[in-house]
Design a protein around this ligand. Structure first.
Ligand SMILES: Nc1ncnc2c1ncn2[C@@H]1O[C@H](COP(=O)(O)OP(=O)(O)O)[C@@H](O)[C@H]1O
Ligand SMILES: [Mg+2]
Length: 297
């Protein structure tokens, strides 16, 4: 087995004069969950579209399962599934009909398509609504069906563009379980997200993208430790956080920082120390100014 399911070197993409991807390098180990985390407009969808062959890059090299997206397009297409293309789902058909249809389109025989359909309906907990038209589905059910449809034919690499955006907490957790289950089957999963918790909970490796560049890559723990040793958190009398200040974690630094701010704060301010969160990581890596530091009340 290849060590990396996805290899990207020096990827560039502009729309007109706007540079959207400005030299992206990334490596996704086979069998891992990889999260691309970034704010709106960071270039996540553009990147996932290039990796999944929907959009051509201007420059750079992309290999999926060892195949070059430019020179071996058919092999790449046979190695991937992609969720986020809603065109495939017919709203007037039931989930069962949709899954059967896709199965047939992908070349399964009638009995094979039926078997795969009932497996997927079971797996994605859609059995009870299998005979209802898709337009009656809730957001969470719809997302599960999208995922089920992209898995009719089992492929080694799965792309998910913001799979849980707009879902409630419960549906999000159901989807996370499904994703981890797919990982256990050996599928490599590349997903984009704006949710820090999602990256933290799901991903083996997280890359943070900002302004068309990968600004950091690592496990959640590694990224958090990069932000510093401890974060000073200041709360007001109502126990609301009024300010957080990253420190190196050593005594001198913490004492110096507290001395600096002590006489500028109300007397009832409460001070605590905590480990950095994904939130701190995100702010530290994606804020282009120091405004966050200045936002003291
Ligand atoms: N087809 C396109 N034509 C022109 N600009 C585009 C196109 N697709 C994306 N962009 C621009 O590229 C930037 C990145 O978009 P996108 O990749 O969708 O970011 P994200 O998914 O991280 O929110 C945005 O400024 C967006 O307006
Ligand atoms: Mg997007």
């Amino acid at each position: 087995m290849r060590p990396y399911a996805i290899e990207v070197i020096g990827l560039k993409k502009s729309f007109g004069k706007q540079v959207v991807l400005d030299g992206v390098d990334l490596m996704v180990p086979t069998g891992s969950v990889y999260a691309l985390l970034g704010p709106n407009g960071a270039g996540k969808t553009t990147l996932i579209n290039i990796l999944s062959t929907l959009v051509a890059a201007d420059d750079g090299e992309v290999k999926i399962a060892g195949y070059d997206v430019r020179r071996e397009l058919d092999e790449v297409k046979r190695s991937i599934s992609l969720t986020g293309q809603f065109a495939a789902v017919d709203e007037k058909l039931t989930a069962e009909e949709n899954l059967n249809m896709i199965g047939r389109l992908c070349g399964l025989t009638k009995p094979e398509a039926h078997l795969r359909t009932s497996e997927l309906l079971n797996h994605f907990d859609l059995m009870a609504s299998a005979k209802k038209q898709v337009h009656t589905y809730s957001g969470g059910m719809r997302r599960r069906l999208d995922l089920a449809i992209s898995l009719v034919i089992s492929r080694p690499v799965l792309f998910l563009d913001e799979p849980t955006t707009g879902l409630d907490t419960t549906s999000r957790r159901v989807l996370w379980e499904i994703i981890l289950n797919l990982k256990q089957q050996g599928i490599t999963i590349f997903l984009t997200t704006q949710y820090l918790e999602e990256a933290d909970q799901l991903a083996d490796i997280i890359s943070v993208i900002n302004g068309g560049r990968i600004v950091a890559t690592g496990t959640a723990e590694e990224l958090k430790s990069r932000v510093g040793g401890e974060v000073i958190e200041l709360r007001n009398a109502k126990d609301e956080v009024i300010r957080t200040i990253p420190t190196s974690g050593d005594m001198q630094d913490i004492r110096f920082t507290l001395n600096e701010i002590a006489n500028k704060l109300p007397h009832d301010t409460k001070v605590s120390l905590r480990k950095p969160s994904m939130d701190d990581v995100f702010v530290a890596l994606t804020s282009n100014s120091m405004q966050v530091e200045e936002s003291i009340s």
